[in-house]
Design a protein. Structure first.
Length: 57
């Protein structure tokens, strides 16, 4: 396979991993304050967005 086929697959897999961390990460640290959890989840979502958008083009 050429990289034209592998790059979107790798980006989507990476995107899925980051979203899983963002979705379930709050369960590992239940005592974290709300604003830190919000900041962390939005940071992870931004990184996921940067991976998913180029993969879907």
């Amino acid at each position: 396979m050429t990289s034209a086929y592998l790059v979107p697959i790798a980006l989507l897999v990476s995107s899925n991993i980051f979203m899983t961390i963002a979705w379930y990460g709050h369960l590992k640290y239940p005592s974290t304050s709300l604003w830190i959890a919000i900041l962390a989840s939005w940071s992870i979502a931004l990184l996921e967005y940067c991976l998913a958008v180029p993969a879907n083009r």
